[in-house]
Design a protein around this ligand. Structure first.
Ligand SMILES: [Zn+2]
Length: 450
């Protein structure tokens, strides 16, 4: 459907049927430009409301707050939240019933099953009533990228079996012509379908593409190698994984448009997003409260990397209060040239599971491996570094052009041994494909050692 027609139908219909959504969109856009004090007042008010609600309606939180000697009536300023203990994944899994608000109808429960990045199966509820706010956040983000309501959007995403009909090859009329979206199943990428999707892009003419980083990097690699053109996009929204500079460079070169990194998790979507200044990610501060903490739970200042802890200010059906989600970043103090006053995060660097623990007690940050391997753009198409035991690391490589495999292996072993010492034995495997996790992500580095 023509974008302008889509746009006018969207606004006309929702002004009548869902005026709240239109108000949310307008307010969401304005909020990012509010002076710091006004933004702080909004956050204090929202947090206070959430804490009272959780205390009164979620037995799990009442017990937790009481144990910690915290009462929501004593919440005055943002940092008072630090008196509440952190919320872990396993607590959510083990207390689903008591963490869910007892006073709200079950119709507000949007059920999400996620394994997250840890592979721990977890069920959670998102607040149906907050859906309009999520739409507003999505539109705030895409507007920043130069797109608008109705912009045609191509997704490269892992489609579940029941959703495979959405794949572009199945010509779903509603998705392509009414909703202006097309999907390319990231679980079914091969040479043939990669060529077909590029050809399809010239018919569909997307403005925005949303993709996992690793899938798009792989795709960009393929297009470049085979000199295949893709329809020129306005923007690419990269998500689910940290973006390496080399990945961004290749993707921008092949698709000829800027990329924007977006940070969220399956538990809490829309946490932070990169703006057109491309310097850090703005936190969606009117809806998410983010803290950065060290291993002891102490709050950290700018540029001090630590664990990301998020409070979702909008999910009342199942409050996430001080949720520690295992990702790592730091605050970035910056008067952003884009004009947004929302606080910023430095790029989310890595995840806790990426730390490789050795017998000697040494901890190796997984990024050490990926940074080196990402540099070998001609030799490696895809890789995974997998620690299977304290002293065993297997490196699987989908090879590009490697002239001398023996030399290649010995140089890499030498490089990694410099960091890990001799206590690790490296095994190299040259493979055709690297399986993705259940979530659809490709984990570049993973460790079985807890
Ligand atoms: Zn900015």
């Amino acid at each position: 459907m023509n974008k302008h027609l889509y746009n006018s139908i969207f606004y006309t219909k929702n002004r009548l049927m869902k005026p709240q959504l239109i108000r949310d969109i307008v307010i969401a856009w304005k909020n990012q430009y509010l002076p710091a004090e006004e933004l702080r007042d909004i956050r204090v008010k929202k947090l206070s409301k959430l804490l009272h609600h959780a205390y009164e309606n979620c037995p799990f939180y009442r017990e937790k707050f009481d144990k910690a000697g915290f009462h929501p009536d004593n919440f005055r300023e943002l940092k008072d939240i630090e008196k509440i203990p952190l919320l872990s994944k396993s607590e959510i899994r083990d207390n689903l019933d008591t963490i869910t608000a007892s006073n709200l109808p079950t119709s507000r429960r949007d059920v999400v099953n996620t394994g997250g990045t840890t592979g721990i199966p977890m069920k959670l509820y998102r607040d149906e009533a907050a859906k309009d706010l999520m739409t507003a956040m999505y539109l705030r983000t895409t507007k920043m990228y130069g797109c608008s309501v109705g912009s045609k959007t191509a997704w490269i995403w892992g489609l579940k079996k029941e959703n495979e009909y959405l794949d572009f090859r199945n010509h779903d009329f509603k998705s392509q012509h009414i909703k202006n979206t097309s999907w390319y199943n990231g679980f079914d990428m091969n040479d043939k379908s990669m060529r077909e999707f590029a050809a399809f892009s010239f018919k569909f003419k997307p403005e925005l593409m949303i993709s996992y980083v690793s899938s798009l990097f792989e795709y960009a690699h393929f297009l470049k190698q085979n000199r295949i053109k893709f329809y020129p996009l306005t923007a690419i929204w990269l998500t689910a994984e940290p973006v390496e500079a080399i990945q961004r460079q290749l993707i921008e070169e092949v698709f000829q448009c800027p990329t924007y990194s977006q940070y969220g998790s399956s538990e809490i979507l829309h946490i932070a997003t990169e703006c057109n200044a491309h310097k850090g990610l703005h936190i969606h501060a009117d809806s998410r409260y983010v803290e950065i903490l060290d291993a002891e739970g102490k709050s950290l200042g700018p540029d001090e990397p630590g664990y990301i802890v998020v409070t979702d200010l909008e999910n009342f059906i199942m409050p996430f209060i001080r949720y520690k989600n295992d990702d790592i970043s730091s605050f970035l103090m910056d008067e952003c040239s884009c004009g947004s006053k929302f606080p910023k995060l430095n790029p989310v660097m890595g995840r806790v599971y990426n730390v490789f623990k050795l017998k000697s007690g040494k901890q190796i940050y997984g990024h050490m491996f990926s940074r080196k391997l990402f540099d070998l753009v001609d030799e490696i198409q895809c890789f995974q570094v997998h620690q299977t035991a304290h002293e065993s690391i297997t490196i699987s490589i989908v090879p590009g052009i490697i002239e001398d495999r023996g030399k290649f292996i010995s140089e890499l072993t030498g490089y990694f041994t410099y960091y890990t010492g001799n206590e690790v034995e490296y095994t190299f495997r040259f493979v055709d494909d690297i399986p993705r996790e259940k979530s659809g992500k490709l984990m570049y580095t993973k460790s079985d050692i807890k």
